[in-house]
Design a protein around this ligand. Structure first.
Ligand SMILES: C[S@@+](CC[C@H](N)C(=O)[O-])C[C@H]1O[C@@H](n2cnc3c(N)ncnc32)[C@H](O)[C@@H]1O
Length: 315
């Protein structure tokens, strides 16, 4: 099952919950990804651009506005980027365990102009892409650039071992079909402009949550909204395979994640595939889940869950 949405304009109510497992349908639709600003230079498998209207609604209702958004499983980072760039959170901190993805974020945030320069000079022939892929550079900017090239030239943006290069590509341009240097550079420049408000750590997202949420529990908070968490872990609960195929790092202690969020009392929004294990975990902790239907790249309708500690998306 491919979770990379291209057209997500499916009405949210089309996949009815079963009688035995009723889950409310979110009144907000999964948006067609063409309708929201694409801010990430990465085309991320399982990316959450379709979720942006929910994120705007959720963060927009939090008063006072959060100073810190934590995104423990960053991937393409679309939610953090949108929150900071649209002023929905003052700052964000993202965590990512995959060293290749981490190298990209470090290069984008610390060495934006150098990375842009490499993008503009690169000619994406099959030979050039294979040459970039063949070595893992020790220079951090070259490493970040390599991730960007592989992400934009492999089928579905998949970086996990075994991912194939795009062959025909969408418009017969082969490996170059998703290499739009001006667009990529535009996004990198916007990220560089906001880099002082975007934090990144190459680390385990659960560990980062333990550190930051436990600090929250032990302190008198200046801003009672802080920090808020957006969690989009690999979908591997209940033996699901999608997360395994798409990401090199995919083993998450889902029970621990739920427990941590419950114990912290922090505001959060989590997304998951609709598996019975996740529905049960959500109920166990008294969380609220709604369902949204999005369409994946093969136009299959996929029900996703949006989980919050209290009802947020109600008709
Ligand atoms: C579903 S994707 C996130 C997609 C992201 N929300 C987006 O819109 O692009 C999950 C990400 O978590 C990363 N990951 C897996 N295990 C992790 C861990 N323990 N800590 C941090 N990141 C992890 C994977 O490498 C993958 O990039």
């Amino acid at each position: 099952m491919n979770h990379s949405p291209t057209d997500t304009s499916a009405p949210t109510g089309t996949l009815a919950p079963t009688r035995h497992d009723p889950i409310e349908v979110s009144p907000i639709r999964a948006v067609n990804v063409a309708l929201v600003p694409q801010r990430s230079p990465l085309r991320y498998p399982g990316g959450k651009t379709w979720l942006i209207p929910h994120i705007r609604f959720w963060l927009g209702k939090i008063d006072p506005s959060p100073r810190l958004l934590i995104e423990p499983f960053a991937g393409g980072g679309i939610v953090s980027l949108t929150a900071v760039m649209e002023g929905l959170a003052e700052r964000c901190i993202m965590a990512e365990l995959d060293p290749d993805v981490a190298a990209f974020w470090q290069a984008a945030l610390r060495s934006g102009p150098e990375l842009c320069d490499k993008v503009l000079r690169f000619r994406p022939t099959r030979e050039a892409v294979e040459a970039v892929a063949s070595i893992r550079p020790s220079d951090p900017v070259d490493h970040g650039f390599r991730t960007l090239v592989l992400n934009r030239t492999r089928r579905g943006g998949i970086l996990a071992p075994g991912a194939a290069l795009s062959r025909a590509g969408e418009n017969g341009k082969g490996v170059a079909s998703r290499w739009y240097p001006e667009t990529i550079v535009g996004r990198l420049r916007e990220i560089a402009e906001h880099a002082d408000r975007i934090g990144f750590r190459e680390t385990d997202g659960i560990g980062l949550l333990e550190e930051l949420l436990e600090a929250r529990a032990g302190s008198a908070l200046e801003n009672p909204s802080d920090p808020v968490v957006f969690a989009d872990p690999p979908y591997t609960a209940g033996g699901k395979r999608a997360g395994r195929r798409l990401y090199t790092h995919n083993e998450i202690d889902h029970h621990r994640l739920f427990e941590l969020l419950a114990d912290s009392g922090a505001r959060f929004l989590m997304t998951y595939d609709r598996s019975s294990e996740i529905v049960a975990l959500s109920r166990k902790h008294g969380f609220h889940a709604v369902q949204v239907t999005m369409k994946n790249t093969h136009h299959a309708r996929i029900p996703e869950l949006i989980i919050t500690p209290e009802p947020v998306f109600v008709s």
